[in-house]
Ligand binder design. Sequence first.
Ligand code: CTP
Ligand code: MG
Length: 217
Amino acid sequence: MAALIPAAGSGTRLGQGPKAFVQVGGRSLLERSVAALTGHVDEVLVALPAGMNLPPGVRARAIVGGRTRQESVLRLLEASGADLVLIHDAARPFLSAETVRAVLAAVQQTGAATVAQPVADTLVRADLKLADRPLWNERVERAGLWAVQTPQAGRRDWLLEAHLRANAEGYSATDDAGLLHWAGHEVTLVPGEASLFKVTTPGDLLLAEALAAVWDA
Ligand code: CTP
Ligand code: MG
């Protein structure tokens, strides 16, 4: 089992340079994600932006990522020799050992799994006919809807095949469980946790700083 960590994004929405290197509570997002997986897997592989090195103290094997997340993950899949892989965004630094164990157990039984959370908020489709004022259009039934997070895990041969087919057909997905499902595999949903939110915007960084104080205590 290998852990693959796409960390090659530029962090455009956060606006503080390559996001994996941004610190919360004194530790980078990358360092936190690597630490959460160390000891659960045989090897940790990280995809970094071109020209960047692993920060000191982060024990992993680094490769250069691609222009998109999908391309970075494909490079990681090709660099790994493991039968089963767990894929986790560096941008989700608060990953508990319980969740890692739950995803690993699910993938060992089924070959494809992702962490996901049943949606708690009311969902509405927006009407965007006004440029500056989104309007309520229609409510979307929430029952049965889950928000997909990482870690995701799968058989590496299934993932590679799905990625190569997606490339050949020009199909792109925001995540790897989505590609596995698109390729015809059953994907198990493993209940996740709110702490696994993706640090995307400056507001998320504030939340992450506050959570780090509790998480590290
Ligand atoms: N990622 C990657 N290679 C890319 C783009 C993204 O490895 N070419 C990684 C990011 O480093 C992150 C994860 O995929 O860990 C999720 O991406 P996202 O949250 O979109 O991060 P960024 O692409 O860095 O942010 P932005 O989209 O705001 O630029
Ligand atoms: Mg991105």
